[in-house]
Unconditional design. Structure first.
Length: 205
């Protein structure tokens, strides 16, 4: 699959590595395609795209900080009928949730790109687990929420390609639960001192 990742930071970098290993064609849409980050990605063999060309890929992944999400979503070019994966968490500078209960970052993206199929995924674990999901003794799970069934199925497959058990989390508004779930991961990792090397899994009897 052709995937354009917007944001080449912790999350974008890990997802890109994992998907390339799984055989996908990964490109990065950057604000600055002439900077040092762009050079590093080019040397690593990744395609570089202007932001306005991100919409040419089959799947566009938003991996930018919450305060920048709106700007990034508006710059994607034509995205009608495309799959946009929202991997963000709406965090304040104090690392608390900026919204919840009645709205989510994913629904914000859906309002900004009304013609696209927005899917929430890849937000409930630390970035370094995303390219290393295969390394867990128990398969970690990745909840995937979205309103368009074929789009959600494609993103669930992308989660499986990384080594996650993909879980159908229901409609996009379930992001209202998945974003606080990420907050729980963050608090466990950094306040309760679990460290970053854990992920959620479904235990069955
Ligand atoms: N870190 C984690 O473990 C983790 C896990 C799950 C979810 N998340 C969520 O995922 C998102 C990304 O987190 P991160 O840790 O990967 O952040 P990060 O390392 O700070 O990377 C952010 C990336 O976004 C790019 N960016 C910022 N504004 C942009 C814009 N307007 N247009 C295009 N690109 C833009 C930055 O590029 P420039 O070089 O141009 O600034 C940078 O490459 C956040 O919403 C975070 O809450 C993070």
């Amino acid at each position: 699959m052709e995937i354009a990742i917007v944001g080449a930071g912790n999350v974008g970098g890990a997802l890109g590595k994992g998907w390339r290993k799984a055989g996908h064609q990964v490109g990065y849409a950057l604000r600055d395609t002439a900077g040092t980050k762009a050079d590093e990605l080019r040397r690593g063999g990744f395609n570089l795209l202007a932001m306005t060309d991100a919409g040419k890929a089959d799947v566009i992944v938003l991996a930018v900080p919450w305060p920048n999400l709106s700007d990034a979503a508006k710059e994607l070019g034509r995205v009608d009928g495309k799959i946009i994966v929202d991997a963000t968490n709406p965090l304040t500078a104090e690392m608390e949730l900026a919204l919840g209960f009645t709205d989510s970052a994913a629904e914000t993206v859906a309002r900004l790109a009304p013609g696209a199929h927005v899917v929430k995924a890849f937000n409930v674990t630390g970035s370094d687990n995303m390219a290393l999901a295969h390394a867990f003794k128990t398969k970690p799970m990745m909840p995937v929420a979205g309103d368009d069934a074929p789009a959600k199925a494609k993103v669930m497959k992308l989660a499986e390609d990384l080594g996650f058990e993909a879980v159908d989390a229901g409609p996009l508004k379930t992001a209202r639960l998945l974003e606080p779930m990420a907050m729980f991961w963050i608090k466990q990792a950094f306040v309760q001192n679990q460290g970053r090397e854990f992920a959620f899994a479904l235990a069955r009897r």
